[in-house]
Write a protein that binds this ligand. Structure first.
Ligand SMILES: Cc1cc2nc3c(=O)[nH]c(=O)nc-3n(C[C@H](O)[C@H](O)[C@H](O)COP(=O)(O)O)c2cc1C
Length: 204
């Protein structure tokens, strides 16, 4: 029975547009994967801890003894990585903050993208150690970040695709929920377009 890991990143919690669309997506996935187990992580409610000196020591300490001292600081990282390891599908909902991922999501990334644990460095580049799986990412934004309406850079989607690929997750699909702060008509159009993207990728 597949396990779906759902991660929500908006500080607005269940009120968030990204969360609401993720609810719709989850309903669709429930039909596609009957009986699937769902793991839910609300990063706004329980934020991932920030990297600290002990965490860095555990990863990059020069001696085994030094690295061992830092190991307790990896507890959160191990929990979050275990969630990825036990899941077969990833659903991630996130707003765009200042052209990129919000701090809650960046903190999660820093915990799960770990040298020697979820990726290996080789002369040919980084090799992901997690199994690939379908990853569906909902991105909500006040303005537009895709042409022809984009009036701002998008440092979110390319970055997120690259960092997920680094740990082995390459099958990533983005659903873009844009123009949410541009009045009711744009908001409705933003939902219409995002739902159309979902229907195209995961027909009902
Ligand atoms: C700190 C902060 C930064 C933001 N930066 C951007 C941005 O760079 N581009 C944009 O289009 N919207 C930006 N917004 C607006 C949010 O993306 C927008 O309100 C979105 O609807 C929030 O989605 P949510 O309801 O899923 O949280 C920002 C909002 C906040 C709080």
């Amino acid at each position: 029975m597949p396990t779906i890991l759902r991660i929500d990143c908006s500080p607005r919690g269940p009120e968030a547009h990204s969360w609401c669309l993720a609810d719709e997506l989850m309903a669709r996935l429930a039909v596609r994967y009957p009986g699937a187990r769902v793991l839910h992580r609300n990063l706004a409610e329980t934020p991932a801890s920030l990297v600290d000196p002990a965490f860095i020591l555990a990863m990059f300490g020069h001696t085994t003894a030094e690295r061992a001292k830092g190991v307790p600081a990896l507890a959160t990282s191990e929990t979050l990585i275990a969630e990825l390891e036990t899941s077969d599908v990833l659903v991630l909902s996130t707003p765009m903050h200042n052209f990129t991922v919000p701090a809650h999501l960046k903190a999660w990334i820093d915990q799960v993208v770990r040298f020697g644990r979820t990726f290996q460095s080789t002369p040919d580049g980084k090799i992901g150690l997690l199994k690939d799986r379908p990853a569906y990412v909902i991105v909500s934004s006040g303005g537009h970040f895709t042409p022809p309406k984009a009036r701002q850079p998008d440092f979110l989607t390319g970055y997120l695709a690259s960092i997920l690929a680094t740990i082995g997750i390459r099958d990533v699909t983005f659903f873009r929920l844009e123009g949410l702060s541009r009045g009711d008509a744009e908001l409705a159009e933003g939902y219409r377009q995002a739902r159309a993207q979902i229907e195209a990728r995961l027909p009902s």
